[in-house]
Design a protein around this ligand. Structure first.
Ligand SMILES: [Mg+2]
Length: 378
């Protein structure tokens, strides 16, 4: 697919959106999310929207809102302007190839790339899901629950999400908040679909191996990223010690990483976050490499725009493991899209069928949360 009309402007809009509940993981607490929204407008006035799924601190990834802003403003957008001078109908691959001189910075690339997909969908008059290769009308979904102050609060929170219909519960763990929590969940809720995410909080020390082997007894769907955030070797060693599948998140930055991880049996499952792997073209490639029962789609506390992109992406046939794309109200009092994303009582989210993102972007609401913006004429 090629760009039909040339790009007339790109706007970077940084927003700070307060979370309904602070989200605590093994690497820190987030009270708000910081995203850089990308608004891309073509010569006919059609608009595409993308979201750069970064954080304020380099706890999950080495990228932050400051690094992404710098890389997008000073490198990626000038390179895109340069490309359009010689090629006014580039494909996504042309755009990504043109960014090869920028090493890393996957999330910065992914935010702009997503906006181009969204513009393509507007220009072609089709839903974004169709462009992402999807055909499912609804996707199964779960919820990711941060570390709480005590087990009773955790149990109450899980109960409220099960009541809302969520199909799978994922809890964040760290040393000291792991076996006790999982044991209690199994006591209270029986054999619900359950998984844990350690965000790299463990090592192959004797003590940690004992804890991870204790967790292995609770028949969970997977243990996500227990070891170091770039590691492939120790996770492979750990996988041979556990019957619970190891899932990699932070370690996978590209389709190549996904091939290495699966061919070397470093893990059995991959959590795809499109931003972390440089955008949706790479995310689709990883989905094809992994296939059904191997890949699923995680989340980065996205606002409505990133949430809609992830929803369309998960309409692909590979996604039958419930993902982390929760309803808008799980994170935000007010979302920047309308209608907001809602989970039905059976834990499914309907995939919008209208063209483009399939929902209206509320620029008036975005303005309320904007911390800075930059418009660039093309
Ligand atoms: Mg994770």
């Amino acid at each position: 697919m090629k760009l039909r009309n040339t790009i007339s402007s790109v706007e970077l809009i940084e927003v700070e959106m307060p979370l309904v509940h602070p989200f605590r993981t093994s690497f820190g607490v987030e009270k708000s999310t910081y995203s850089i929204l990308v608004k891309i407008t073509d010569s006919e006035g059609k608009i595409g929207w993308g979201e750069t799924t970064i954080s304020k601190t380099p706890g999950y990834s080495s990228e932050t809102n400051e690094t992404a802003w710098h890389i997008q403003r000073d490198f990626l957008l000038p390179l895109l302007q340069e490309l359009l001078k010689s090629n006014n109908s580039p494909t996504i691959q042309d755009i990504l190839g043109n960014w090869d001189s920028v090493r890393g910075h996957e999330m910065a690339k992914g935010g702009i790339e997503a906006s181009v997909w969204s513009l393509f969908a507007e220009q072609e008059n089709v839903s974004l899901g169709k462009l992402y290769g999807g055909s499912k009308t609804q996707i199964p979904t779960g919820v990711s629950i941060g570390i709480q102050t005590d087990l009773d609060k955790l149990i109450a929170r899980i109960g409220s999400f099960i009541d809302k219909g969520y199909q799978r519960i994922k809890i964040k763990i760290e040393p000291g908040w792991d076996v006790n929590a999982v044991k209690r969940i199994r006591q209270e809720f029986g054999d619900i679909k359950l998984m844990v995410d350690a965000n790299s909080a463990y090592s192959l020390s004797d003590h940690h191996i004992k804890v991870l082997k204790d967790l292995d007894r609770y028949e969970m769907m997977m243990i996500e990223q227990p070891l170091a955030y770039h590691d492939m070797l120790d996770h492979k060693k750990l996988q041979t010690m556990l019957s619970t599948p190891v899932c990699l998140d932070e370690s996978i930055h590209s389709p190549h990483d996904a091939r290495v991880a699966l061919e070397y049996e470093t893990c059995k499952i991959i959590n795809i976050k499109p931003g972390r792997v440089g955008g949706f073209a790479n995310a689709i490639e990883i989905a094809e490499i992994g296939g059904k029962d191997v890949v699923w789609c995680g989340g980065m506390l996205e606002t409505g725009i990133g949430r809609l992109h992830n929803l369309h992406f998960q309409s692909r046939s590979e996604f039958n493991i419930p993902g982390d794309t929760s309803g808008s109200d799980r994170y935000y009092a007010q979302d920047i899209i309308e209608p907001k994303v809602e989970v039905d009582e059976n834990g499914f989210i309907q995939v919008p069928t209208a063209k483009g993102l399939g929902a209206m972007v509320r620029e008036d609401v975005i303005m309320q949360y904007t911390t800075r913006s930059l418009g660039i004429k093309f």
